[in-house]
Design a protein around this ligand. Sequence first.
Ligand code: 5CA
Length: 173
Amino acid sequence: MTQQLSSSAQKVQDALAASGVLLQVVEMPQSTRTAADAALAVGCDVAQIAKSLIFRARETDRPVLVIASGNNRVDVEKVAALLGEPIGKADADFVRARTGFVIGGVPPVGHAETLPTLIDEDLLAFAEIWAAAGTPNAVFRLLPAQLVAVTDGIVGDVKLPTKLSTKLPTDTP
Ligand code: 5CA
């Protein structure tokens, strides 16, 4: 049985179909607004959630899409170096205006305009991953190679190094 999708989720489903991939958007009863919510809802590791984060290029004012593994934080300096332009944070209004989607549902495809896209290389290690599909409770499952193909993204190192310890040496007894 095929479920009736909300219009935002249908936009993502249509964009996927137009790319020629057989992927199915699903609307969950639970929230998938954050990576942690999405992992809980679909029953995968949070690292397998492909977070679609929008940044704002400082010189050209264009939106930039960074797709990161759910438990990584994005290093804006690394993204700027790959892009060749400094970037800053985007606010909720900018995200909605330039992608056509609200934060918590921003998908990797189907945006109002074509976005330069960078993909966290850590996502390539998984057999399957999950991405947002236009609303805070819509997602779809895909292969990492399909994410690269449908977004035409550049795969690279975009993550902040993880802190090994927050303790100062003086904390040690
Ligand atoms: N649906 C899930 C993944 S399937 C999802 O969209 N998760 S997310 O992490 O990609 O989206 C939430 C992200 O939106 C946060 O990581 C954060 O970077 C961003 N965000 C949250 N609140 C704001 C805000 N007020 N302004 C700008 N960005 C925000």
